[in-house]
Design a binder for this molecule. Structure first.
Ligand SMILES: *[C@@H]1O[C@H](CO)[C@@H](O)[C@H](O)[C@H]1NC(C)=O
Ligand SMILES: *[C@@H]1O[C@H](CO)[C@@H](O)[C@H](O)[C@H]1NC(C)=O
Ligand SMILES: *[C@@H]1O[C@H](CO)[C@@H](O)[C@H](O)[C@H]1NC(C)=O
Ligand SMILES: *[C@@H]1O[C@H](CO)[C@@H](O)[C@H](O)[C@H]1NC(C)=O
Ligand SMILES: *[C@@H]1O[C@H](CO)[C@@H](O)[C@H](O)[C@H]1NC(C)=O
Length: 246
């Protein structure tokens, strides 16, 4: 009689117990006490090892822009933060060679304007659109390939892996990468457009040689030479005239 009563009761107890365990498992381990909108600067400062990225975000004002976007949109954001060692493994002078606009593009290339958890990378379609804009080939494409929890990134210039989750809530995800993500648009093979600097040196060389060089196949260089010759002839003429008059 007692046995018959206890059994259903213990079953109920078991059920309640398992229910409470599942509820506990579902609550996030790391609850990010939401005191105002997330602040990317504070997140990276706290993580350490991101001083170069922080500095560039400051000079390009991308930090303010991200904080404003986070406060004003519900899409969230994903940031690939290169560590200081990622920056120090760049070829010397790489950053200094960039214009302000290119620095801005480089930093925006590390920002995806949607929140992506590690598992969501498995279903995104390539190329990913970053805040640098145009994701077509040769511009700012960013591709991811995944295998389980491993997320690989390819820009067409560098391949790297998402290393470490620095911060995540349901709004912003910040991942560490150990390479600077170099976009094709800035670091890829450039379409050959006549650069003004080499043209100028060519003219100078031609003028120094003072004779048409055989390897000068560039027609504008030829015109430049003709103008130079004319100027020389004219100044000789003026000089002779002056000498004659005096
Ligand atoms: C974000 O954090 C940085 C550093 O802690 C602070 O200087 C800045 O004022 C904060 N920005 C906002 C919008 O709270
Ligand atoms: C966030 O946006 C609201 C209005 O949309 C504004 O009142 C508030 O000051 C903003 N907070 C920060 C930290 O920018
Ligand atoms: C990710 O890259 C590593 C090499 O860095 C490679 O061994 C692995 O197969 C790649 N995984 C995917 C899913 O592309
Ligand atoms: C990125 O993926 C797209 C689509 O699969 C492909 O066409 C493109 O060549 C890839 N680009 C890079 C840089 O890997
Ligand atoms: C990046 O990985 C792709 C294959 O996923 C490979 O074809 C390419 O050569 C790699 N690029 C570099 C710079 O290692």
């Amino acid at each position: 009689m007692i046995n018959q009563l206890v059994r259903p009761f213990s079953l109920l107890l078991l059920f309640l117990l398992s229910l409470s365990i599942t509820t506990q498992a579902q609550t996030p381990a790391q609850s990010p006490a939401p005191s105002g909108p997330p602040n990317i600067t504070r997140i990276l400062e706290k993580a350490g090892q991101f001083t170069v990225f922080l500095r560039l975000m400051g000079t390009t004002q991308v930090d303010n822009q991200i904080n404003n976007q986070l406060n004003n949109s519900n899409n969230g954001m994903t940031i690939f933060a290169p560590s200081d060692s990622a920056f120090s493994s760049l070829q010397a002078g790489t950053l200094n060679a960039l214009s302000d606009e290119q620095k801005d593009e480089l930093i925006q290339f590390h920002v995806v304007p949607t929140f992506l958890s590690i598992s969501q990378f498995q279903t995104v379609s390539n190329p990913l659109r970053t805040q640098a804009g145009d994701s077509r080939n040769g511009q700012f494409p960013l591709n991811v390939t995944t295998s389980g929890n491993q997320v690989n990134i390819s820009t067409g210039i560098v391949n790297t892996t998402v290393d470490n989750t620095i911060f995540t809530d349901n709004q912003i995800a910040v991942y560490q990468v150990d390479k600077v993500l170099l976009p094709l648009s800035i670091f890829g093979p450039q379409t050959p457009t006549p650069a003004p600097a080499p043209e100028a040196t060519k003219k100078k060389k031609a003028a120094v040689a003072d004779a048409p060089s055989s390897d000068d196949t560039d027609s504008s260089g030829g015109v430049g030479l003709a103008v130079n010759v004319m100027v020389v002839v004219m100044s000789i003429g003026i000089g002779m005239y002056a000498a004659f008059v005096l």
